[in-house]
Each structure stands twice: as C-alpha cells, then as structure tokens.
Design a binder for this molecule. Structure first.
Ligand SMILES: [Zn+2]
Ligand SMILES: [Zn+2]
Length: 103
C-alpha cells in the first residue's frame, strides 16, 4: 500500500539536487515500488556526477528496502537489495556469462 505520491530523492540533472517532493514512480509490469531502509553512495555515483554515462535521474542504486507494491503478490513485503545492472540475458555479454557488462 502506497501512503504518499512523492518521495525524497537525490536527483542529478547536470547538478545535484535534494528533493523532498520527487514524484513516486509508477511501476511497470515486472517492477516494484520499494520503501528504502538504507542507501549507500558508491564510486559509481561519484562518477555519475562527473558525467559518467550521461546519466540523469535519481541516484542511489545500492540500497536495501521492503517491497510495497508489486504486480506479483509473492514479493509483497519482502526485503530486497538493489542491483545497478539489468542484464537482458540475450546479448553476447550475457551469453558469455558476463551480465554485469550487458549494454
Ligand atoms: Zn554502486
Ligand atoms: Zn545482455
């Protein structure tokens, strides 16, 4: 159950900005809304604010939290951790068992 339509976020769009009213994302099929308990800042985040990969958006891909909303009820209320990579499972990197390098 979602109690708010906004969330706190550190957003990068050429500059860093703390937002207390960032819109809560709407999960697509196969995605979930996670209430973050703890989040970390890693070297990738520090590179992102220097321009790495041209990323723009919400920082903080290393976290632990609890699933609040998911199309699959089996995951409701489960504790989960974040993963920066989303391997496709089909490209040459994935087929070579290197999913962390999936483009
Ligand atoms: Zn990281
Ligand atoms: Zn892949």
């Amino acid at each position: 159950m979602i109690y708010s339509v906004t969330m706190r976020a550190i957003v990068f769009d050429g500059k860093l900005e703390y937002r207390a009213d960032y819109p809560l994302p709407v999960p697509l099929e196969g995605e979930a809304i996670i209430k973050v308990s703890l989040a970390g800042v890693c070297a990738t985040d520090l590179e992102i604010i220097k321009g790495y990969m041209g990323f723009k958006g919400v920082l903080g891909h290393e976290f632990v939290g609890v699933i609040e909303e998911c199309s699959d009820d089996r995951f409701q209320g489960k504790r989960v951790v974040g993963e920066i990579n989303i391997p496709c499972g089909k490209c040459e990197c994935c087929k070579a068992k290197m999913p962390a390098h999936c483009p």
